[in-house]
Design a protein around this ligand. Structure first.
Ligand code: GDP
Ligand code: MG
Length: 201
């Protein structure tokens, strides 16, 4: 089995975060925890690229539709649709509009438990519910209630892979093998070295 320090995850800094001048702040949070940046690009994605990104997992349409319907039911609200696939189709249309509205940054971060650590720092999907101290909790105030009445996607600043399997599908969708840079970061010695030798002279 590979050492956990080799785990990688995909992060997208979404158009709203770029417009709100949060690029540096967001990168800082992943950087300061000890993760290593292994790839980065600045681009305006196409709608096709975004649709493929969200549907890399063939179960995504069903799972996200069901999760969204459950969200309405749990709040005592009537879901807009009963068919999970129709719910997801409507989400996807709005996501494509949102994600292609301006430039974004795509990045790959590597380090021990990169997927879970990045999700923790990022916070939960709906900013209204995201914990204080997370990116979504600290820098944005959006809610499903507002996005539903305004007919748009939730603006939550960042996308981060939801699982190791998702990361393994998403990274090659955004980066070629050549764009992922293999290098040593000096701090890895302190984060991962078992003996911490070589500090004292
Ligand atoms: P993430 O991994 O935290 O971004 O969330 P998901 O992978 O579950 O969902 C992807 C995207 O679908 C989110 O960023 C939202 O734009 C949208 N989405 C997911 N769940 C819901 C929901 O319950 N309601 C609404 N309106 N949008 C949702
Ligand atoms: Mg997700």
């Amino acid at each position: 089995m590979k050492h956990p320090k080799h785990e990688r995850t995909l992060v997208l800094i979404k158009p709203d975060a770029v417009q709100r001048s949060l690029i540096g702040e967001i990168i800082k949070r992943y950087e300061q925890v000890g993760l290593k940046l292994v790839a980065m690009k600045f681009l305006v994605p196409t709608e096709d690229h975004i649709e493929t990104h969200y549907t890399l997992d063939p179960a995504w349409r069903k799972v996200t539709g069901e999760k969204t319907i459950k969200g309405y039911v749990d709040k005592g609200l009537e879901p807009p649709e009963k068919d999970p696939h129709k719910v997801t189709e409507a989400l996807l249309t709005k996501l494509k509009k949102y994600m292609t509205s301006g430039p974004i940054i795509a990045m790959v971060w590597q380090g021990a438990h990169a997927v879970a650590i990045v999700r923790k720092i990022t916070g939960s999907t709906e900013p209204l519910m995201s914990d204080v101290g997370t990116i979504r909790g600290d820098f944005v105030l959006d809610s499903y209630q507002m996005t539903d009445s305004d007919g748009r996607s939730i603006r939550n600043l960042v996308h981060a892979s939801g699982s190791v399997k998702e990361a393994e599908q998403e990274i090659p969708h955004w980066f070629s093998a050549k764009e992922l840079i293999e290098y040593r970061l000096v701090q890895e010695q302190i984060l991962y070295d078992v003996n911490l030798d070589g500090i004292l002279e």
